[in-house]
Write a protein that binds this ligand. Structure first.
Ligand code: EPZ
Length: 416
């Protein structure tokens, strides 16, 4: 198992190219099941999770060709079973259920199960598919589903916002008989990207960017070419890394509008962000000050930025209160940051961070993809050496981290 070793204290200066968004690429790859024609995705990030998703689609019969940063998907569905071994590794693989039902009218998909940050049920996905006429039962940890006459349009109001359920039902509805109305949908930029790709494939969808999507089902979707949007979470993550070191970094391709409240919070904390047509310049010349945040669906402060922002707040003046409202167990980075001298007290869904003058390097352990990077952010400012173990978590969501950080002067290396 690889580890990453960092010696802190060097301000980051230079340019970091932001890759395509992981959380858009995964559902977009699933769209390969919605047509036999060729779907080409460009600006694809090089991430472990995408390789696993490619393996899943391949065993469904879909051909997956990777050329540099483009993936071309094609071919017909020959297998409608999504095995536990793959689905348990990547939750997003559960999204194949709706497309399999829409096109093959049957599916046997493993329930994803929970992971480090929470139970992560899929009840909204299943209730929505049942509303669209699917017969669903649970057998041996697998969802056995069928829709002999295909899926039927339905009116669905989400009781609370779910990114995955929105994506799932959006794809299923695109090929359903009749019209589906989805209300109280997630409005993350990744959803908008998925809608754009589906429309390019011939889907009829209205309400893009709003809280209600109206999908008029079509009989078939055709191939298309779609460029994946830049990863806003990667951009926000590197903004925190630049800010904590007091450096100046140009985040190439980053888009201010995709960061929502994260940008306003960073500025309130003392980080200067300049918006250019080709990206964002992030620098910090003033002292960091503690800012309170509540994680919310987009455009609120993204839960996927919580751990990284918490690391930044460990050395801010004053205190910061963080309230994690999306996942029930997303504070596992707290004890690791405290090992480095941070003063964080987490109780239930809230954590108070009291700023300290400095952090000290220490051996720490990554627990999930965002927690892994929060430890990197802390290590970049900590005195001495930090070794972060279990960095396979990092590789699931971030491409070429050592190269991107070393390119801006960080003292970082991967050791195995
Ligand atoms: C997506 O997960 C992202 N993953 C997550 O990013 C992100 O944290 C999350 O959205 C919220 O923004 C991908 O896009 C691949 P949800 P998803 O459905 O779709 C509960 C990362 O670090 N819920 O919006 O699974 C759920 O348990 C990852 O890149 C139900 O109860 O998130 C959670 O508490 C982590 N029933 C809340 O809703 C359901 O049927 C939000 O989950 C569905 C969700």
């Amino acid at each position: 198992m690889d580890s990453i070793r960092i010696t802190g204290g060097t301000p980051l200066n230079g340019t970091i190219a932001i890759s395509g968004a992981k959380n858009a690429a995964l559902p977009l790859m699933t769209c390969g099941l919605l047509t036999d024609e060729r779907l080409t995705l460009t600006n694809v990030p090089k991430l472990a999770d995408l390789a696993t998703m490619a393996a899943l689609l391949t065993q469904h019969g879909i051909s997956v060709e990777l050329h540099g940063r483009s993936i071309t998907l094609g071919g017909a569905i020959t297998n409608t079973v999504a095995p536990y071994e793959i689905v348990s590794k990547i939750r997003a693989s559960f999204l194949v259920l709706g497309p399999l039902l829409a096109r093959a009218r049957e599916a046997r998909v493993s329930l994803p199960g929970g992971d480090a940050i929470g139970a992560r049920p899929v009840d909204l996905h299943l209730k929505g598919l049942e509303a669209m006429g699917a017969q669903i039962k649970l057998e041996g940890g697998y969802i056995e589903a069928s829709a002999p006459d295909g899926l039927t349009g339905a009116n669905i109001i989400f009781p609370f916002i779910s990114v995955g359920a929105t994506e799932h039902l959006l794809m299923a509805a695109s090929l359903a008989n009749g019209t589906t109305t989805l209300q109280n949908v997630a409005r993350e930029p990744e959803i908008t990207d998925l809608v754009k790709c589906l429309i390019a494939m011939g889907a009829k969808i209205e309400g893009i960017g709003s809280d209600t999507l109206i999908i008029e089902g079509v009989h078939r979707l055709h191939g298309a070419t779609h460029e994946i949007l830049p990863d806003r979470i990667e951009a926000g993550t590197y903004a925190c890394a630049a800010a904590i070191t007091g450096g100046r970094v140009f985040l190439e391709n980053a888009r201010a509008e995709d960061l929502g409240a994260v940008l306003a919070v960073l500025r309130e904390a003392g980080v200067e962000v300049t918006e250019l047509a080709t990206g964002l310049v992030v620098e910090r010349t003033k002292n960091l000050v503690g800012v309170d945040i509540v994680t919310e669906p987009f455009p609120g402060f993204a839960t996927d930025m919580q751990a990284q922002f918490m690391a930044l707040m460990t050395v801010a003046e004053g205190a910061s209160m963080i309230n994690e409202t999306i996942f029930e167990n997303r504070f596992m980075h707290v004890p690791e940051l405290n090992r480095m001298g941070a003063r964080i007290n987490a109780v239930g869904a809230s954590a108070i961070i009291r700023g300290v003058p400095k952090l000290s390097g220490a051996p720490v352990m990554a627990t999930d993809v965002r927690a892994a990077f929060s430890l990197i952010i802390a290590a970049l400012i900590a005195e001495g050496e930090t070794t972060i173990s279990r960095v396979y978590h990092l590789d699931r969501g971030y491409e070429a981290v050592e190269q991107k950080l070393a390119g801006c002067g960080a003292q970082i290396e991967r050791v195995n």
